[in-house]
Structures are given as C-alpha cells and as structure tokens.
Design a protein around this ligand. Sequence first.
Ligand code: ADP
Ligand code: MG
Length: 869
Amino acid sequence: PMLRQYLKIKEEYPDCILFYRMGDFYEMFFEDAQIASPVLGIALTTRDKNKENPVPMCGLPYHAADTYLEKLLSNGFKVAICEQVEDPSKAVGIVKREVVRVVTPGLMNDISSIEANENNYIAAFVYDDGRWGASFLDFSTGEFRTTELDDITEVIDEVSKHSPREVVMPESLESSTSSELLRIALSDILISYIDSGVFSAESASKTIAKTYDLASIEGLGIGDAPLSLSATGGLLRYVTDYQKGDATHLSFPRIYIPSEFMLVDEITKRNLELMKTLYEGTKSGSLLSLLDNTVTSMGGRLLRGWINYPLTDVNEIQIRLNAVEGFYNVRGESLNITELLSQILDLERIVGKVSLKSAGARDLVALSTSLKLIPTLNKLLDKFDIMAIDTIREGFADFTELCKKIDLTLVQSPPHSLREGGFIMDGVDEDLDELRGISREGKDWILKIEEREKKRSGIPKLKVRFNRVFGYYIEVSKIHADKVPDDYIRKQTLVSAERYITPELKEYEAKVLGADERINALEYDIFVDLREYVRGWIKDIKKTAISIAKVDVFTNFALRAMDLNFVKPEVDESLITDIKDGRHPMVEKALPKGTFVANDIFINANKQQLLIITGPNMAGKSTIIRQVAIIVLMAQIGSFVPASSARIGVVDRVFTRVGASDSIVRGQSTFMVEMVETANILNNATGRSLVILDEIGRGTSTFDGLSIAWAVAEYIHDTSTLKPRTLFATHYHELTELAIVKERVKNYYISAKEWNGRMIFSRTIKEGVSSRSYGINVARLAGLPSGVIERAKKILENIERGEFTARGIPAIIAGDDIEGGGDSQMDLFSGAAKELLIEVANLDTQAMTPLDALNKLDDIVGMLKKIKN
Ligand code: ADP
Ligand code: MG
C-alpha cells in the first residue's frame, strides 16, 4: 500500500526525483534510486529483498537533505519533496503525504552553491510569427525582467547576459525549427517544456494577477507586450506550481528594451573579456574582476548587470558619473561607507527566504543587524549633495519598529534549527516563560535526586543521565552493583555499568519532557508569527536593498578610480571618440607597474572615421583597439576610465571581431564563422556604432583574405547610412593604400625597431604607415631554429621580388631557385645590396625633412653605383 501511494504521487511528477519522506529519512525508489544513488554517492539497496523483483531504493537523512539536494540540482535534476502531512501517531493506515514543493536549479533560494554576487535566473521564452518574448526571474532575490525581441540572435545575446540555470518553454517549441538555434545555445541547461496553454494571453494574465494578488494586470504595462505577457505568465505558472509557498518577494515584471542600452553582443563580450578571460575562461583577469571591489552581494549583482547593459542616454550616464565623482577624492569618507556596507548582509535573499517561509531565526537576526545600520549610512551620505545620492536616500525606509520587534523577540545568536527551541527570548510570552520555569525546576529536581541517591546508596560515582532512547536514568558502575537500592529498576547492562530507572525519575521526566515539547512548539509558533510580520516589510526592504547596491557600486567605482588612476570621461552626443593617454586596464594590470605605454586615439565619424592600424606582430595592435572599446564601455556604465582625458560621443553598439586564426580558442574552424560575424556587423552597425576589427580576413589564403578585408573596409567607409567609428588592425599592409583613395580613412602604425638582432617595441602609435612585417624576426625571438629562420628569409626575399613559376608558386619553393646562378638580378639583391635595402626599409620617412631625404637618396644612388661596378 505504501508503494501504491508512492507511485501515485510520483505519477504527478514524472520528470522529478521524488524525495519520499519516511520517518527521519527521504527515500527514493525504482528509477529515481538508480539515477540518484551514483550522483549522490549513496548505497543502492532494495526493499523486500526476498521478493522476486525487489524494488531498488536508497535514502538519506532528512536533516542532511540540503547538501544532497544541491548535488542533484547542480547535476540538472529537479527534486520533488514529499512530506508526511499528518501526525504518524494519529494516522489510520498509511500516513498522508504530499509534495510540498519542487526544487529546481532555477528555483533554489537558500542553497550555498549560488554565488552571492551572481544572479540565479530562470528564464522563459515564447515565439510567435518571427518574434520572441523572453522573461528572466531571479527567484532568490525576486528580480524580474521581460522583453520582446525580433531576432533569434538577440535572444541568444540575452541568454548569454543572464546565463539562466533553467529554462521554461511551451511544448510547441520542443521540436520546432524556429527554436532550433536557441535550443543549441541552451544545450547545457535544464529545459522544461510545459503545456502551451499556460502561455496564452488569457491564462498568462490570470496567473500574473493571481500571483501578485491584483484585480487586473493593467497597471503593469505588460498588456501591450503580448509576447512578454505570455512568457511572464508561463514562467510564473511554472514557478508557483512548484513552489507551493507564496512569493511575495517577487518584484513586478519590468519591461526592458535591450536597444535602449548599448548593445554588446556575445562575441564582443567575449573578445573584450568583460566577464571572463578569453583563454583561461576565468573571472580573474576580466574587466568585471578589475572593476569589482563591491562589498555587498547586492552591489556585486548590480555591477554585473551594469556591465551587461551599458547606458546610451547621456543624461543617465552623467547622473552616474556625477555620483561617482561625489565619492571620488574623498577617500576617507568613501572607505567609511564601504566599511559600513560590508556589514550589511544580502537583504534581497533574506527577504526571498522570508516570503518562502524558509527563513530561520538567524536570518531575521541578520536582517535586523543589517537594517539597523541604515541610519548611520544615511548620516554618512548627508555630506554628499548630489542628485543621484538624494534619490538613493529616498529608497531608505525607517525600520526602527521592525528591528525593535525582532530584537525583542529573538535571542542574539540563535541556534541554526527551528526545531529545538532556544531562540525566543524570555519575557516575550507568558506561557513560554511558565513552561520554561517548569522545565528548569524539573531539571533542578533531577539534579537534586542525584545528590540524594548518592548519599542514600553510598555509591560515590552514581550519575543521573539522559538519552533519547529511554530518557532519564541512573548509571552505576558494575563494582557497585551490589549496593543498588531495591526500588531501582534495571534497564540496560553495559560492559562496565548498569543503568536503572525509578518511578520518581520517570515522574519528573514526564514533566520536563512534556514542558520541553510544548516549549519547542510554542517557540516555533512565535517565530512564524514574527516571520509573517516581517513579510509586511518586504517592499520597503527591497527598495532599501536597491539603494544599498547603488551606494556600493558608486563608492566602488570611486575607489577603483583612485587606485587605478582613472579619470571622469566627458560623455556627449557627438560622433567623436577622443582618448588621451588611454590604457588597456587589464593588460596594464598584468604588466609590471609603470611599464604600460599610454596612447592617444582620435576618431571622428565625419573626418577620420576608419583607422587602419598596422605594425609588426606583438606590437600592441590588438591591445590598443580593444582598449578603445573598453574605455567607451566603461564610460557608458558610469565608471571613470583609464586615460588622462576622454571625450566619448555616446555609442549605441560595440562590435568586436577577431580574425579566425586569432580565435582558435573557440574550437570551431572557421573562416565561415568569421564571415558570419562580419556580415552581422555590416548589417547592424549604425552611424553611432563603434566597430573593432582585428585581423579580419586572416582565416583564409592571403589574396582572398586581403580582398575581403579591403571590401569590408570600403563598405564601412562608403555606405552612406553607415559610418560607424572603426578601428581596423591588420597585417595586410596593402590596406594602408585605402587612405589614398578614401577621404575618412587614416593610417596609423605601431612601430618596432630591430636592434642587435632583437625587436624593440615602442608601443607608441603614430600616424602613417609602418615598414614591412617583422614576422620572421618575431619567429626568431620566439626561438625557432636558425635554419628555419634563414630559409624563411630567403623565401620572403624571393616572393617580394615577385619570382613565381609559371604556375604561380614562388620560385624558390618550386625548386626553380636561381640562387648562385650568377644572374645579375640575384647579385643586386644579395650581399651589400641586401644590406642597403634593409637600411632603406628601416628609414623613418615620416620623421625626415625633404632635405634629409634628398641627401639619403644621393647616398643610396652612390652606393648602388658602387655595387654595380
Ligand atoms: P599585436 O596585436 O600587435 O600582435 P598585442 O596587442 O597582442 O599585439 O600585444 C602583444 C603584447 O604586447 C601584449 O600582450 C602586451 O603584453 C604588450 N603590449 C601591448 N600594448 C602595450 C602597451 N601599450 N604598453 C606595454 N605593453 C603592451
Ligand atoms: Mg593581434
């Protein structure tokens, strides 16, 4: 019969592992047991071993359930928790059981594996007629946002920004072609396909109204966004079906429009190493880790959100920058604020637990301790007369009453568990105090019994003890067993002792235990009332939490700016990007202090729109073009920037593309990918965009690649609607010729010198064209065998003077090498002539006066004549 009950419940939760409560254990049966036991590392046994087909089972103690739960969730399982819902001692037949909640990877809220400063999103997507609706909920904090998108790539960008742990979609998308790309993007993530009906407008509206206890959803503004409505309703339905408790902590879904923020697509985010590094994939080394010294979890999460969604509205950016400026230069005061903030715990998550009834006494004490710091924080902020900070302070509510109530109810450091009492203070409840009196007296009496019995029996080491199996007892060591009084009743014999009870002992025991049991129950009830009371404050606490997060991020930006030598950028509506002494903050950090060379970059969409940057390998091309993008992005999230000054004409989207051979990391081969990405830029960049191209065209053969690079550059320059500010780093020297024919193309180069057979990098960008690629020299520096280097040099020489066979293969490679043939042309390019050529190649013509040049030419002609003779 028990198994019948089990199977019936399991039927309702076929895609979950069922934790079936039996006494002090959660048991799993059948397939669940077979799946879970290896994941959890617990033994698989069987029930009714003697039967023919024994049922596989495994179990775990309920008080240790959290750790096991976490393991299953992080392996992508859902767990349905089925409890006994009636007192087993009063049950007739099988104890009634019910699933009280379902925990899933996206619906955890008090589990330690969630990084405190990361969000844990569950997402829902719907599709209709070419458009998408997407909703993201962080169940642990209640943050809820939704949007509508026109294109699957935008959907995937939003996925990458939120990194959801779990996704819900209507059944209709399970195998439809429209969702194919999305399903690939989500391939590591748990997806639940649910009844498409719950996503219908009607059903969605109903779910939303019910969840938030609203008569109508009109006020939410979501009614005009049918796809957002549908995704939000479906998601809430999934959430509320699984979390039987209520969800007062959920914020109203907020509609956001990605295009109102700077668009940073997934590839760009990766190339710029905003959240993690390209090669190691670690957070350390990324922009996020460089900028993030926040001290609260709320601030940490907000900062992440800001990096994912830089602003495009100049006024809003200004407000943030001004707020940072307010804290900048007042180090002492900023540090005081940070010090105070660091004592504030994660209010958003605590409030989430309160709403889900999983908050314990420690959570409420932490809540009170944290909220009591608000007045001090408010006072510290008094000194700052800045608009953004005034708005922040408006978010702080008065929590005096709430804190008082918590402090007067709960002891200062309560036990972890709510089961055994000990967390409600004396004086809170008369009945509780009385019961505690009884319990204490009883325990005193029992102690007195020990003294009395010692005297009466003459056994010096007689002890009164307690255990869970038979309550209070008297223990006497074996050697004194003969002195034991007649009225003792023997209960247990141990190796060296005997245990007895007496009627008197049992009488007090009943009093004490009865009282204790009632105490525990009463304390629990008082606590639940208190938690309900706290629930009424959730809105205020959430507002306060947002304000705290902002103060945290602003002071953090100010302190980072002081420590890393950043300045306040000037942000305006122009199409100019003018950076003086700019630095790449992460590269600078990785290098020895003071060795990074700062550079100026000036771009103006109307005059010098497209900068072609050449220079030998390792010169710093990739670094400088990325640093421009990073500085622009930092300015638009409201941070100061690594430069001596910066004027940033707001950018609507940043594109960064890296030639295929530079990004082997992605493990896809893939000139194709490179071209797809480039096409995406050409189709989506606007006159406000910033485009960063690094060695585009590299993934294919030289002539092909060059042609494509050339055509891309031309297109960016010529297409009238599209004049994005562009930086193009390239090893195709030929591209520099674009500047001759295209008015807004400018050439820049980063020079390097060969000195004593070594490359000396200046790291300084200059206007003009660099001399030939130094690839071979770099190869030598890297330690390639000298034979290889010499051979490479010969091949290069040969190619450069255009010696090809009839089939177009460089002559030297085809074996038609004419070396040593005594040909006069050969003579011309060897020995002294070669030396001369190298000298010419190394001339810094930009730095020469016309007279110098003329003199040099005279020298060269003289030397050539000498060689010829
Ligand atoms: P390229 O793209 O021209 O081959 P990178 O931009 O990859 O060169 O730079 C190569 C290395 O040179 C970087 O990893 C960094 O260590 C160093 N570097 C680049 N720019 C600078 C700079 N401005 N100051 C100091 N070191 C730099
Ligand atoms: Mg490079």
